[in-house]
Design a protein around this ligand. Structure first.
Ligand SMILES: [Zn+2]
Length: 133
């Protein structure tokens, strides 16, 4: 099949193919379901406990981070968090909640993290032993 200039002009040919998602394995699908059930509720609990307020929370699947926080207060949490022991999971959630006040990893951020999670240094070391899948 050949395409003419007017096909491009009227959008009949997609120049940029939409990014295709990898088929989700049963293991990942199970982690996602569990993550949706557990993580938003736990984040809400920790936020209330420590006086943080965020805008939204979403469950993500990537191999680049355990979680992230945007300047708009939107928190993303990796479904891999469900594979972690609870104290490591809470550490990541508290870390992201602290980013609501400081978007960097400067001294103020660390002081805040220290106040809500005094054992954050050892938890951070332990987290490094885990790989994202
Ligand atoms: Zn961070």
């Amino acid at each position: 099949m050949r395409f003419t200039f007017s096909d491009f002009l009227f959008g009949r040919v997609r120049l940029v193919r939409r990014r295709r998602r990898l088929p989700e394995t049963p293991e990942v699908a199970a982690l996602r379901a569990e993550a949706k059930r557990v993580l938003p509720a736990r984040l809400r609990e920790l936020a209330l406990q420590h006086g943080f307020s965020y805008n939204s929370v979403r469950i993500k699947h990537n191999v680049s981070n355990w979680g992230s926080c945007s300047a708009k207060g939107n928190i993303n949490l990796n479904l891999n968090l469900m594979r972690l022991p609870e104290e490591l999971r809470d550490y990541v959630l508290l870390h992201e909640l602290c980013h609501l006040r400081y978007l960097n990893h400067g001294p103020e951020f660390h002081a805040l993290l220290e106040s809500v999670c005094p054992e954050h240094r050892s938890l951070r070391r332990r987290l490094k032993e885990w790989k994202l899948i």
